[in-house]
Design a protein around this ligand. Structure first.
Ligand SMILES: [Mg+2]
Length: 226
């Protein structure tokens, strides 16, 4: 394990966010089924089809239009999606990494953006509360204005861990927001590139990219002493 304190992103770093999307669509499909004559499976398959065809933006509107359902408020479906209890699992390498860090009693941090209740539901579903010492949901600090790349969540995690930026590494997947502030503060940065995820093919200016890349969190264990 590297001799620095590791602070992690959540979505697509510790688990596959597409699993969360599918889990949310299941909850939404059951909700729509409860308010219509269609089966959850039929509705779920249509949600998935629109997601794959058009992206996440208009999925609920398109699906309701497809089934000629006009008495469900789309905002309700967004709430169902955001507030559902997700069925998600840590990546295998994330489990190995956390086990190793926990066994060595190394403190860890986590910084995640997104609606507060949504992110906390994920954190609870993945049973991270007992495994990560400093968990910062940036939304709790003042809404979306405090999401990365705002420096506030990084500073809070450092404070909770009682570490200087130079003593920490930030590990994330999204170069649009994960690394630029961490680097400005003086942290080392690591980008995890997985086979699945919305940002895996994104390449930006050097200022937005991480110092180095990995493909599994276990590589952080392998770099012990470097
Ligand atoms: Mg992420």
């Amino acid at each position: 394990m590297i001799n620095k304190t590791i602070i992690l992103d959540l979505d697509d770093t510790l688990y596959c966010e597409h699993d969360y999307v599918r889990s949310g669509f299941e909850a939404v499909a059951h909700y729509i089924a409860g308010h219509s004559e269609f089966t959850p499976n039929h509705i779920y398959n249509q949600l998935i089809a629109y997601w794959q065809e058009r992206g996440r933006g208009q999925v609920f509107d398109l699906t309701c239009a497809f089934f000629h359902i006009d008495d469900i408020d789309i905002a309700e479906l967004v709430q169902v999606y955001r507030f559902h209890t997700p069925s998600i699992q840590l990546y295998d390498d994330a489990v190995q990494f956390l086990d190793d860090a926990n066994m060595r009693k190394l403190p860890l941090g986590l910084i995640t953006d997104g609606t507060s209740i949504t992110q906390w539901n994920k954190i609870k579903a993945l049973q991270l509360v007992d495994r990560i010492e400093a968990i910062v949901v940036s939304d709790d600090l003042g809404g979306s204005a405090c999401w990365k790349p705002n420096k506030a969540p990084y500073q809070l995690a450092l404070k909770q861990l009682d570490k200087l930026p130079e003593q920490c590494i930030y590990v994330g997947d999204n170069p649009h927001k994960d690394f630029i502030t961490a680097r400005k503060l003086g942290m080392e940065t690591v980008r995890i590139v997985r086979s699945i995820g919305d940002h895996m093919n994104t390449r930006l200016d050097k200022a937005y990219e991480a110092d180095w890349e990995i493909h599994a969190l276990t590589e952080l264990i392998d770099r012990q002493g470097t």
